[in-house]
Design a protein around this ligand. Structure first.
Ligand SMILES: Cc1cc2nc3c(=O)[nH]c(=O)nc-3n(C[C@H](O)[C@H](O)[C@H](O)COP(=O)(O)O)c2cc1C
Length: 202
């Protein structure tokens, strides 16, 4: 099983990347191959009309598409910024059309807040971000509140009670994601999806 983690923060050393690193470690412990695209460290160009050219600033895109196509599922990590998902993450989804390798694959939303935010991003991603690429968000999500106090590699930096809760909750949600990764293989193999006839969702 191969899972891609997309980190939506624009910051080079973000708490979102910290959370993503923790989730990657847990997934690897469960025997999953993991790759990460950290949009803070590897920013993507903003969408423009030459997207499909594969030239100039878009030369990298076929390589990214191949990685997405080779993945069984995804973890989408976004901080809450001004009550929204980040521009970098929304741009990532603009670059992902129907053939980008996301279609009918499960994704686990993980939102990150330094305080008690995070819910707006869950709502936003579930409302928009999947229509044309047909990504399937699983019904459980992780909302990492007071992120500075949990999932740190230095134990003394953690609030023990909150940290233990998030470790358990992360394991639970990741195992559910893995179950959906297995289950949705049969949906893709079924033949019911016709992405050539209906390239855009309604
Ligand atoms: C531009 C900006 C806007 C932010 N807006 C919010 C917000 O609306 N709600 C919230 O809980 N935290 C907000 N934060 C704080 C983030 O929760 C905090 O930076 C946290 O570490 C997650 O972001 P990171 O992954 O970039 O580190 C904001 C941070 C920035 C830089």
């Amino acid at each position: 099983m191969n899972i891609g983690i997309i980190v939506g923060s624009h910051r080079k050393d973000s708490q979102s990347a910290k959370v993503a690193g923790f989730l990657a470690t847990r997934l690897r412990a469960f025997g999953v191959d993991v790759w990460t695209l950290d949009l803070g460290r590897e920013p993507l160009p903003l969408w423009d009309e030459d997207l499909g050219s594969g030239e100039g600033q878009w030369e990298f895109l076929p390589g990214l598409t191949k990685k997405l196509q080779d993945s069984d599922g995804f973890v989408i990590v976004s901080p809450e910024w001004h009550g929204m998902a980040t521009s970098a993450l929304k741009n990532f989804f603009l670059l992902c059309n129907v053939n980008s390798g996301l279609a009918h694959k499960p994704a686990m939303i993980t939102t990150v807040s330094v305080a008690d935010g995070g819910a707006y991003v869950v709502a936003e991603l579930r409302t928009s971000s999947y229509k044309n690429n047909r990504l399937c968000y699983i019904p459980e999500q992780l909302v990492v509140r007071n992120v500075a106090q949990v999932l740190n590699s230095v134990a003394e930096e953690n609030n023990p009670e909150a940290h233990d809760y998030f470790v358990d909750r992360a394991d639970y949600t990741l195992k559910l994601l893995m179950a959906y990764c297995d289950a949705l293989i049969s949906v893709r193999a079924h033949g019911a999806a016709d992405l050539e006839k209906y390239p855009n969702g309604m």
